[in-house]
Design a protein around this ligand. Sequence first.
Ligand SMILES: [Fe+2]
Ligand SMILES: [Fe+2]
Length: 173
Amino acid sequence: MKAMSKTKERMLRVDQAGEYGATRIYAGQLAVMGSRAPHSAEVASMASQEAEHQAKFDAMIAERGVRPTLLQPVWSAAGYVLGAATALIGPEAAMACTAAIETEIDRHYTEQLEELGDEDPELGATIRKFRDEEREHRDAALAAGAEKAPAYPVLFNAIRLGCRVAIKLSERI
Ligand SMILES: [Fe+2]
Ligand SMILES: [Fe+2]
């Protein structure tokens, strides 16, 4: 096995962490919303895609011998609480959470694709596919009324900021 560059190790570490965090956010939302709330079906379908994303990165870090982030327990709790809290505010706030997270993840994956170039076709194709699916999640959340959430700009920017901090930490720790 070819040694992985530090850069690519970081990419895989943060991406696995992020997809894991996403599954926890949706688990928290669904725990509050159940299956009958407005937008429950959208959340459930996004959650199942996040589970596929996570499974793929789980497999890739195992195959390539990349250490997962030590912050996994933190993201487990923080993701779940963020999901549950936004769902408790209401269905639009739950959608605002997705819009904010996926806006940041789109930016993050797009930056990674630029950095990667054509260096690692397997990783590049994976990131591109997931990036496109995250864009669909963002658009679905906006279409479902994310911007009608109470204090939307504050909520949106706070969650984006939290997401950026989580990305920075998970690359390194
Ligand atoms: Fe994802
Ligand atoms: Fe997503």
